[in-house]
Design a protein around this ligand. Sequence first.
Ligand SMILES: C[S@@+](CC[C@H](N)C(=O)[O-])C[C@H]1O[C@@H](n2cnc3c(N)ncnc32)[C@H](O)[C@@H]1O
Length: 210
Amino acid sequence: MTTATLKDARFWDNIADSYSRKPIADEEAYEIKLSITREYLSPEDCVLEFGCGTGSTALRHAPYVAHIDAIDVSSEMIAIAQRKADAGNVPNVTFREGDIEDPSLETGRYDAVFGLSILHLMHDRDAVLQRVHTMLKPGGVFVTSTTCLGDGQIHWRMLLPLMRAIGKAPFISFFSQNDLIEAHTRAGFQIVHQWQPSKDAALFLVAQKI
Ligand SMILES: C[S@@+](CC[C@H](N)C(=O)[O-])C[C@H]1O[C@@H](n2cnc3c(N)ncnc32)[C@H](O)[C@@H]1O
């Protein structure tokens, strides 16, 4: 298993409702990330978002592309996302339960893949980077925002495994920003945009398939 386990899916199912009501931590940084992402999108683009959560980001980008396939391992997250799409009458986002490993996802199909607040949750991040690389068309972009807990914040290394053991945290992988960037390079990407809104904030990357 390179990505999610059933335990992970259950964790996210259990918190889906509260997650959907949680305000965005840094609205300004979120809006900047949306607008940087849009610089790489075109109206004819086909996009995949994995780990789409309650769908907010996919729904914001929907008017700027042809279609978004948005998947998440949590059926509860997908149910909330679908309700939002129905309420907003958004015709070009398909929300469905799924994992990035899902063999029904077509390789070489996507102009852009989004993976937001997700790479640090992967059991085998490097396998996921390779998988995303195969899903993209040549020149396509992988847009990510990732918490890099390998850069300091030592207390999390002790706390998070304990929290996971009692069902209060998902699986979390610890790696540094440099490690993440090098992993992109190894998988065949070139970083074309890199931004960290503030110290300890998630690292935002746009990586192009080469
Ligand atoms: C921290 S939330 C991020 C949600 C959304 N991307 C955002 O930025 O708000 C992580 C999401 O990834 C989903 N997830 C975890 N592992 C996954 C996997 N292997 N494939 C697809 N989704 C996954 C969880 O169910 C959860 O909704």
